[in-house]
Design a protein around this ligand. Structure first.
Ligand SMILES: *Cc1c(COP(=O)(O)O)cnc(C)c1O
Length: 362
């Protein structure tokens, strides 16, 4: 019950143990098409360029930025936690210029402030931000931010690593141009893959580049040569076959449950956790309207040994919860309710463990 990886479904682990076939085997090629169709369902998009990058969420972040920014481009980056900060760092390494808009940790990205910055930077080509900030447990308003980006002729680049499968996310309806996610948060597949999707506007920006992206491995045009669309598939790198089996199985589980049902399960289970924690006198760090159900930031009460409680839970209850990061280190715990780890059983175990820990640790 930390900030990821979440528990992996047993059926997903079982899928991983299937025989490893060739990455250009005709059976594997049709499997890839099916996988990308499942990804389109999960992301709620019709984009033909929708595929999993063979590396974790951070690689999806790098893929979006390295393909869509050219040296010298200006990109507005909203930062309200760890992951927005990383985006700004990658923008710099793409030799582009991040225009940083900062927000207090624990608060969402404020569209009014972003609008001011977009107005002040008419040459900006992109707006990048995080939907679900895992470092604080805060959700931002993707739809409003993407509308602003489009009004200012900017591409929207959205981090959906923790949001996918846990809260409402509708890539096309919300006007997202480029998105990346991860497998080890609410999809409950193992870490190591990053679903990415580009719409036609994003592909047009990529294809108008004066030079190919600095990264050969993450070059979207080379990746689509392998992943399609199109029947002809060229070797780019050896795909992580068994991890892809796992993602396919996890996406099928999500589709069987239904996206809306999965979002509701996260909301309902969060409500149970919230009631239990509040009954114990614990308080949330984030305002109710901005909270992520899948990542609960809880204030460490005064006089409590924050790390001691986490060790106690791990040793006595075999249960992991997360620590605070950056300015929130030592001040909060981060309790994940992601995917397969989002059940009543997890909530009961966590509440029982925490109340024992608070009574027994100094
Ligand atoms: C976990 C996470 C990432 C990075 O994913 P990795 O799989 O650890 O590389 C990026 N953004 C957010 C919001 C995350 O929660």
């Amino acid at each position: 019950m930390g900030p990821g990886p979440s528990d992996v479904y047993p059926q997903v682990l079982e899928a991983m143990s299937r025989p490893t076939i060739g990455h250009l085997d005709p059976a594997f090629v049709s499997f890839m098409d099916e996988l990308n169709e499942l990804l389109r369902y999960a992301l709620q998009t019709e984009n033909t360029v929708t595929l999993p990058i063979s590396a974790p969420g951070s690689a999806g972040m790098e893929c979006c930025l390295v393909n869509l920014l050219e040296p010298g481009d200006r990109c507005v980056v909203a930062i309200n936690g760890v992951f927005g900060g990383r985006m700004a760092e990658i923008v710099r390494r793409c030799e582009a210029h991040p225009v940083v808009v900062e927000f207090e940790w624990g608060k969402p990205v404020d569209p009014n402030k972003v609008e001011e910055v977009l107005k002040a930077n008419p040459d900006a080509v992109a707006l990048a931000f995080v939907h679900a900030e895992t470092s604080t447990g805060v959700r931002s308003d993707v739809s409003s931010l993407c509308r602003l980006a489009s009004e200012h002729d900017c591409l929207s680049i959205v981090d959906a690593v923790t949001s996918l499968g846990g809260i409402e996310l509708c890539m096309d309806d919300w006007g997202v141009d480029a998105i990346y996610s991860g497998t080890q948060k609410c999809l409950s597949a193992p870490p190591g893959l990053s679903p990415v999707s580009f719409n036609a506007t994003a592909m047009a920006k990529l294809n108008a580049r004066s030079a190919p992206p600095q990264s050969w491995f993450l070059d979207m045009n080379l990746l689509t040569g392998y992943w399609g669309p199109g029947a002809k598939r060229a070797y780019h790198h050896t795909a992580p076959i068994n991890t892809l089996y796992a993602l396919h199985e996890a996406l099928q589980i999500l589709k069987q449950e239904g996206l809306e049902n999965a979002w509701k399960r996260h909301a309902d289970t969060h409500q149970q956790l919230r009631e239990g924690l509040e009954a114990m006198g614990l308080e949330f760090y984030v305002e109710p309207a901005d909270r992520l159900p899948q990542l609960n930031s809880v204030i460490v009460p005064p006089g409590i040994d924050e790390a001691g409680v986490r060790s106690f839970l791990l040793e006595q209850f075999n249960l992991e919860i997360g620590a605070g990061l950056g300015p929130l280190a030592g001040k909060i715990w981060r309790i994940g309710l992601m995917g397969a780890s989002c059940t009543q059983r997890h909530v009961s175990l966590c509440l029982q463990g925490l109340s024992t820990a608070l009574a027994e640790t100094p």
